[in-house]
Design a binder for this molecule. Structure first.
Ligand code: ZN
Ligand code: ZN
Length: 352
């Protein structure tokens, strides 16, 4: 019996727009969940991999790590899921399962973690393919349940943009009365505002564009500070317990650290390049301020954020995308022209 091919969209070489492509799926293992993909969010990381910005993309690459789908079958060892369940898969599909991080459900910090795409399967050594695809096969530990109360398409970005902002806010224990600043209002930032607000914080959005003031307030920000306005920045000095910095490109952190109160913490989730200009030590030392990095979240917390969103009526603002227009979507994302996340309607894969 020959295995049916899986239809997908892949970038075949550096910087090429993802196009129709097929691959042979692996044989499901006893702990595997087979999923028909309904929706997949489009993350900036997808563009980084397509363009080989980090130098280790293996082509063809099938991007996509904000996956929502229906279970079509499960292996004999799977007890948490059954055929027909609505489920999600985020940025990871495997880990070593033995280290300290794995024991604690912090699989995202496991040195043996396997990413959803452009990763290497621990069992057969094959490259992993992501969510721009009609189906995916994933070990049950890395599958989460999507609560009924969530709109399935709008839930997709929670699996990366959502958990990335939720996890650090939880880690530092944001609580009612805390003052939280959010820097940037893209896919990550707009979720960060909603989470901090739902945790009871007073939220200040920092943005460079004056035309985002109303939008920021609509998303739940109590205050909006135009970060290019020195007077407004001066007024915010020393006022915040936490700052969630979601800006993905190199930028000066010092003006934001100046906005932290004593014992305040700057939570870095967007930037992966060296911090430049250098951080001034003076405000850190004389105020016990700190900078903390954070990556996505572990599997228990990824389930938690979906449940939290269902409980608090939080979803990502999305624009539905026909997969055939993925190239245009990338161009618009590079210009910051999306409110706030594209989500591919995978039915369009089958049409084309
Ligand atoms: Zn992502
Ligand atoms: Zn591990």
């Amino acid at each position: 019996m020959s295995t049916p091919q899986t239809r997908a969209y892949a970038a075949l070489s550096v910087g090429s727009t993802p196009e129709p492509w097929q691959y042979e799926p692996r044989q499901p293992r006893p702990d595997d969940v087979s999923i028909e993909i309904l929706y997949c969010g489009v993350c900036h990381t997808d563009i980084h991999f397509v363009e080989n910005d980090w130098g280790f993309t293996q082509y063809p690459v099938v991007p996509g790590h904000e996956i929502i789908g229906r279970v079509t079958s499960v292996g004999g060892e799977v007890t948490r899921f059954k055929e027909g369940d609505l489920v999600g898969v985020g940025c990871m599909v495997d880990s070593c399962r033995e280290c300290d991080c794995c024991e604690k459900g912090l699989e995202q910090y496991c040195a043996g973690g396997v990413w959803t795409y452009n990763g290497v399967d621990r069992h057969d050594g094959r490259v992993t393919y992501g969510g721009y695809s009609e189906r995916v096969i994933v070990s049950d530990r890395f599958v989460v349940r999507v609560p009924d109360a969530l709109d399935p398409a709008a839930a997709a970005p929670i699996l990366c943009a959502g958990i990335t902002t939720y996890s650090p806010l939880r880690h530092v224990g944001v609580k009612p009365g805390d003052k939280v600043g959010v820097v940037g209002m893209g896919g990550l930032g707009h979720m960060g505002i909603k989470f901090a607000k739902a945790m009871g914080a007073e939220v200040t959005l920092f943005t460079r564009s004056a035309d985002k003031v109303e939008e920021g307030k609509r998303n739940g920000a109590d205050h909006v500070v135009i970060s290019t306005d020195e007077e407004q920045m001066k007024q915010a000095a020393g006022s915040l317990n936490y700052i969630l910095d979601t800006v993905p490109v190199e930028h000066d952190l010092n003006p934001y650290i100046a906005c932290l109160a004593v014992d305040g913490t700057c939570l870095l989730v967007g930037q992966l390049t060296p911090l430049n200009p250098p951080i001034e030590a003076f405000p850190l030392v004389l105020g016990r301020r700190s900078i903390l990095g954070s990556a996505i979240g572990g599997m228990p917390e990824t389930q938690e954020v979906l449940d939290f969103c269902a409980e608090h009526g939080i979803s990502c603002d999305i624009e539905m995308l026909d997969i055939r227009n993925i190239g245009d979507a990338y161009e618009r994302m590079k210009r910051g022209d999306v409110r706030y996340r594209f989500v591919i309607d995978m039915a369009t894969l089958k049409e084309g």
